[in-house]
Each structure stands twice: as structure tokens, then as C-alpha cells.
Design a protein around this ligand. Structure first.
Ligand SMILES: Cc1cc2nc3c(=O)[nH]c(=O)nc-3n(C[C@H](O)[C@H](O)[C@H](O)COP(=O)(O)OP(=O)(O)OC[C@H]3O[C@@H](n4cnc5c(N)ncnc54)[C@H](O)[C@@H]3O)c2cc1C
Ligand code: FES
Length: 260
């Protein structure tokens, strides 16, 4: 883990309110694993002293990309950053997803901005010769991650809640159709999606491993403040250090709320 100053190569709005930012950072790029995140200082001077966590979205040699939705002050500031500006990063942090060497059929569930860590993982899995099916869900067609930015070799199944593209419904509605095929499942999305998946556990029994990425508010990202502590079936865990990737089997959905 390193604190680095990364140079911004580009920053563009790829869907309404969602930005893709490419950064040059050989230090972070050389160590990053899919599912890990960076803490970004979102502001200058004394404003926004706390960093914000973002998943590593993709890698390309010395470059890494972040994909973020504008939800508050920090991400609004990030959206205004321009090519040539520098960004203060801490990372890579966290544990990352793990692909079992002998398991070939990998099913990905991306709910909304949950596609952020899964693109990097899909690229790695495809490079290793795995077969990847991606269930990509959004509330409506305009909120779908652009197809041309996804790895071309991944088989894509689109769902929207309002039926404006692909199958109508939540991605978890269609999960049972694919579990028979999958050796491993990797998911990233809202907590509600994990609750639904946990309730589907009887159907998921055939899958050898289901890994999810937890998103909670973080203070330090370094295991110091305990602000990211969640209850798991194996006791209290810090999402920044023990996660953000957990087995679905350990998920309880309980976090010890803390505001920054
Ligand atoms: C490990 C990890 C990886 C993440 N990866 C991504 C990513 O790749 N792309 C992305 O867009 N976001 C990601 N997030 C969420 C992102 O960190 C928050 O959206 C960001 O911190 C908001 O900062 P802000 O200053 O703009 O919003 P704030 O002003 O702090 O908050 C604005 C609103 O967003 C809510 N919010 C803020 N942070 C979180 C959070 N962590 N979880 C849920 N709600 C939150 C607040 O409750 C509030 O309603 C990730 C979070 C974690 C923990
Ligand atoms: S965010 Fe501080 S301990 Fe995890």
C-alpha cells in the first residue's frame, strides 16, 4: 500500500451522473488486484480531509481507472477534475476477489455501479481462460454501463427494473437460471441485493463459492478508526482490512453505523 500522487489522463461522463477517470500510477497499478480499492482525497487544502473509497475499475499497464457516481461533495469535486490535474491516492487496499484455479465457469452479478470492481475481475478471468457470464442490472436503460466498455468476450445478460432494456426485473430474479452453470459467483451491488441472494441460499448451494463486495462508509481505509466494522457470522470484521470481499455465507447485513 502506498500514498501516491497520480496524474489524471482523462475524466468523462459515461452515463448520466457516472464518471470514468483514468489515472497514471505505476505504483498502484503494479500491485492492484481485482476487488481492491483506493482511498482518494476528494478536495484540496483543508476541505474534505477524509478520503473516499473507490474500487479499482480496470488496469492498463501503468494506468488504472475508477468509475464513480456523483452522490455528494467528494464525488462532485472528483467529477470536476481535469486531465493534467494530480490526484492524491492511498492504495491498493483491501483483500480482493479470489478465483479458484480449477473453476472455469464464472458468473458475475453487477447491480448498478456494482460493475466498478467486476470489469477488472472479468478481464483477469478471461485472460486466465475462464468463461464469464455477466448479469448486468440497472434501474433503467440510460443507467446501464455502456456495452462497448465491457470485455467483449464476456457473455452479457442485461436486466432493467423498468424493462426499458433486456429482461424486466432485478438481476437476482434471473440468478436461478444461471446457478446450475456456475462454479463461482462474484457479486457487487446494493446491500438489498445481498439480502436477496442470502435468501436464495438453497438454490446457490450448487455453486462452490459466492463472493460479494461490501460497501460501507469508511473513515481511514486502514484499519485504524473501526468505522467500517460489520457483524459477520464469523464475528466483527473491518470492511477495509478484512474485506471488502466476503463470502456470502458470512453476510448478516448488520453494520455498526458511523457517519463521516
Ligand atoms: C470498498 C468501497 C468501494 C467503493 N467503490 C465505489 C466505486 O467504485 N464507485 C462508486 O461510485 N462508489 C464507490 N463506493 C462508494 C463511495 O465511496 C461513496 O459514494 C463516496 O464515498 C461518496 O462520497 P461523497 O463525498 O460524494 O458523498 P457524501 O457527501 O459523503 O455522501 C453523499 C450520500 O452518499 C451516501 N454514501 C456515502 N458514502 C457511502 C458508502 N460508502 N456507501 C453507501 N452510501 C454512501 C451518504 O450516506 C449520502 O447519502 C465504494 C465504497 C466502498 C466502501
Ligand atoms: S475505515 Fe477505518 S478501520 Fe476501516
Amino acid at each position: 500500500m502506498k500514498q501516491v500522487s497520480a496524474s489524471i489522463i482523462s475524466n468523462s461522463e459515461v452515463m448520466p451522473g457516472v464518471y470514468l477517470i483514468w489515472l497514471e500510477s505505476p505504483q498502484v497499478a503494479s500491485e492492484a488486484k481485482p476487488g481492491q480499492f483506493v482511498m482518494v482525497r476528494c478536495g484540496e487544502g483543508s476541505e474534505h480531509l477524509l478520503r473516499r473509497p473507490f474500487s479499482i475499475h480496470r488496469l492498463d499497464n501503468n494506468k488504472l481507472a475508477l468509475l464513480f457516481t456523483v452522490v455528494g461533495k467528494g464525488t462532485h469535486w472528483l467529477a470536476q477534475c481535469r486531465a493534467g490535474n494530480n490526484m492524491d491516492l492511498l492504495g491498493p487496499l483491501g483483500n480482493g476477489y479470489s478465483i479458484q484455479p480449477d473453476w472455469h465457469n464464472l458468473l458475475f452479478l453487477a447491480g448498478g455501479i456494482g460493475i466498478a470492481p467486476l470489469c477488472f475481475l472479468a478481464e483477469k478471468a478471461l485472460n486466465q481462460g475462464c468463461s464469464v457470464r455477466l448479469l448486468l442490472g440497472a434501474s433503467t436503460a440510460t443507467q446501464l454501463y455502456p456495452r462497448h466498455l465491457l470485455p467483449a468476450e464476456a457473455e452479457l445478460i442485461i436486466t432493467t427494473e423498468d424493462g426499458t432494456a433486456g429482461r424486466e426485473g432485478l438481476i437476482t430474479d434471473f440468478l436461478p437460471d444461471f446457478v446450475g452453470w456456475a462454479d463461482q459467483i462474484f457479486a457487487c451491488g446494493p446491500t438489498l441485493m445481498y439480502h436477496t441472494m442470502a435468501a436464495q441460499s438453497q438454490q446457490l448451494l450448487k455453486v462452490k463459492s459466492v463472493q460479494i463486495s461490501l460497501e460501507v462508509r469508511m473513515g481511514c481505509g486502514l484499519g485504524v478508526c473501526y468505522g467500517c466494522t460489520v457483524k459477520t457470522k464469523n464475528g466483527l470484521k473491518q470492511v477495509c482490512k478484512d474485506g471488502p470481499i466476503f463470502d456470502l455465507d458470512d453476510f448478516t447485513g448488520e453494520e455498526l453505523a458511523y457517519n463521516y
